[in-house]
Write a protein that binds this ligand. Structure first.
Ligand code: AMP
Length: 310
């Protein structure tokens, strides 16, 4: 079953980080890789819809990245260029890429960032509060007029360091996207189903749990849906796969005629497929190179993997 897409989309707003990442990968070290939750999410969403981005970069951030986003229809009017250094994150991956350790997080220009939405962003209908300080997620949300869908992403850094603000943010969103470790940390319960129920009691009516190469699970009031990950032969760099997954889901939903169960389920398969490309290259290289034709082929393949009587 596939969901028809509308020719026009609901305006999609993405807030998140734009970053330099230092990555210790099994294939070697990669320094000053352009990353950030907003960058990955916007590139992914732009396969479906022209997202608007709110973020801050320092004077060291490459203009080519903003040009690349612009060439994909991404509106960067809300990306502020501040004096100082761009946000920086460093991580080291385990040999099997299944887990990673944060080595360093430098907020830099994000420390003093007060997001101010350009006037034309305020009527955005779909909002992705990408992984960033929950206080900034709240500030952005407060400046929107009447979004019909608000989805938040977060990570362990904020769950442990900014729990109170994070809970405030969760009370205002429709859906939360986290990985299984983050879910357990947030709920204080090791059992996934119980933890999901606890988080659904914190505000969101939908919860998406990412489990890396084990796929993703959608929990909502009416049940549970499992989306497998696309099985890859070559995994290079999972950085940004979660943001890519969320960006593709919302890009897809912004073109769905209705955001109902079927659309969410289809969106999860789309998110899983787009995210699989992200993992195939260092940083956003494979994602930026992805064409609609290649995406459609892999999406069909993923659908095929789910069919019993083919
Ligand atoms: P993911 O692999 O989907 O969790 O996303 C990794 C991206 O998130 C990297 O490009 C980082 O720059 C960015 N990132 C890491 N930590 C943070 C943080 N505390 N706040 C915002 N963005 C972050």
């Amino acid at each position: 079953m596939t969901i028809e897409q509308r020719p026009s989309s609901d305006a999609l707003l993405i807030v998140g980080s734009m970053a330099f990442d230092d990555l210790d990968l099994p294939s070697g070290a990669a320094r000053d890789v352009v990353g950030g939750s907003a960058t990955y999410a916007a590139v992914a969403a732009s396969l479906y819809a022209p997202a608007r981005v709110v973020a801050v970069v320092g004077d060291d951030f490459p203009g080519e990245t903003l040009t690349m986003l612009g060439s994909r229809g991404v509106d960067c009017a809300g990306v502020e260029r501040a004096q100082g250094k761009t946000f920086r994150w460093a991580g080291r991956y385990a040999a099997n890429l299944a887990s990673r350790e944060t080595l360093d997080t430098q907020l830099n220009v994000f420390a003093d960032f007060r997001p101010k939405l350009p006037e034309h962003y305020r009527d955005s209908k779909i909002v992705l509060l990408g992984n960033i300080h929950p206080a900034l997620q709240l500030e952005v949300l407060a400046q929107t007029r009447s979004p019909k869908l608000v989805v938040a992403d977060t990570m362990n850094f904020w769950i442990s360091g900014e729990r109170k603000t994070l809970l405030q943010m969760l009370s205002k969103v429709d859906a939360l996207v986290v990985n299984d470790e983050e879910l357990r940390q947030l709920a204080g319960d090791h059992n996934l189903k119980r933890a999901a129920r606890a988080v659904l009691g914190m505000g969101p009516r939908l919860l998406i749990v990412k489990r890396g190469d084990a796929g993703a699970i959608l929990f909502d009031g009416d049940g549970t849906f499992f989306a497998p990950a696309y099985p890859l032969e070559s995994e290079v760099d999972p950085t940004g796969a979660g943001d890519t997954f969320a960006g593709a889901i919302l890009g897809f939903l912004s073109r769905a005629p209705r955001i109902d169960h079927a659309a969410w389920r289809q969106a999860l398969l789309v998110g899983a497929t787009v995210a699989s490309f992200c993992v195939e290259g260092v940083g956003n290289s494979a994602l930026v190179a992805l064409t609609h034709a290649t995406l459609a082929t892999r999406l069909r393949e993923l659908h095929g993997l789910l069919t019993v009587d083919a």
